[in-house]
Design a protein around this ligand. Structure first.
Ligand SMILES: Nc1ncnc2c1ncn2[C@@H]1O[C@H](COP(=O)(O)OP(=O)(O)OP(=O)(O)O)[C@@H](O)[C@H]1O
Length: 246
């Protein structure tokens, strides 16, 4: 059996926006090489959790460690420099730059020009549509192509862990399947660790090793995906016990 170490650890994290408590004592672990999905309804705190881990939002209390090193309170670029890459909700690609320019920007962050060129080739192999559209302005890509570009750009930074905030958002189910197939391929090739936010519990049951259900800024459930496949516990945690059987 492979001995896995904790790669990302969040402990008792509290984040508020003024009077709104978005995270109320969230704790979570991601082991090296795992795919962990955080699922929860709108407003559960999923985006806030990723933003706080990546240094984009200030926490009130708690701790976050990456490979055993504390990172909470560090600047986003310092955290990125330690091997963390965030694909935010809405993708945030540079729409007036070309596909190739967007990828190059990701490559610049890792600071090794020849490695970046090699990885650009690898990304074009992995995402043939990006090779085809290399000279298009990114804003002209479809939603699915933009999601693939955002993921490819994240990989160009040579991360050890990629956090992806709702990769399915606004995409047709067939395209979502393609995105997840590519994520599986990236894991197989690069051994990268994944933390993914999703709204759909069916989707996370299919793709995650482990699942956290977040609702109301608190973890309602955490278990191996294999133990949750009948969907009952996950639904109860997602909706609350008052909607048991939904
Ligand atoms: N910039 C902000 N200012 C004020 N409140 C915010 C801000 N961002 C998020 N919130 C609030 O914090 C809570 C958690 O929001 P968050 O976006 O993290 O949830 P989410 O699970 O990602 O939801 P969604 O799936 O809709 O993105 C919600 O009540 C939301 O309204």
């Amino acid at each position: 059996m492979i001995e896995r170490t904790v790669f990302l650890e969040v402990s008792d994290l509290h984040v508020s926006y003024g009077q709104i408590a978005a995270l109320r004592g969230v704790s979570l672990k991601v082991m090296t090489g795992e795919t962990v999905c955080v699922v929860g309804p709108n407003g559960a705190g999923k985006s806030t959790l990723m933003a706080a881990i990546a240094g984009g939002v200030k926490a009130k209390r708690g701790a976050v460690t990456l490979a055993g090193q504390p990172i909470l309170g560090n600047k986003p670029e310092e955290i990125a420099g330690r091997g963390m890459s965030l694909v935010p909700e809405g993708r945030q690609i540079f729409s007036s730059l070309t596909v190739a320019e967007n990828l190059k920007l990701g490559g610049m962050l890792q600071g090794d020009a020849s490695k970046a060129r090699w990885m650009m080739g690898e990304m074009m192999d992995l995402f043939p549509i990006l090779r085809e559209r290399a000279s298009y302005p990114a804003g002209r890509l479809s939603g699915g192509e933009q999601q693939m570009l955002a993921i490819a750009r994240a990989i160009m930074t040579n991360p050890e862990i990629i956090m992806i905030d709702e990769p399915s958002l606004g995409l047709a189910p067939k395209i979502v399947d393609q995105v997840y197939e590519i994520l599986a391929e990236i894991k197989a090739r690069r051994g990268v660790t994944l933390l993914i936010n999703e709204q759909s519990s069916a989707r996370v049951l299919k793709h995650a090793d482990r699942i956290y259900v977040l609702r109301g800024g608190q973890v309602q459930l955490c278990d191996d995906a294999a133990n949750l496949q009948d969907g009952v516990a996950i639904k109860q945690a997602y909706f609350g016990f008052d909607r048991e059987g939904v």
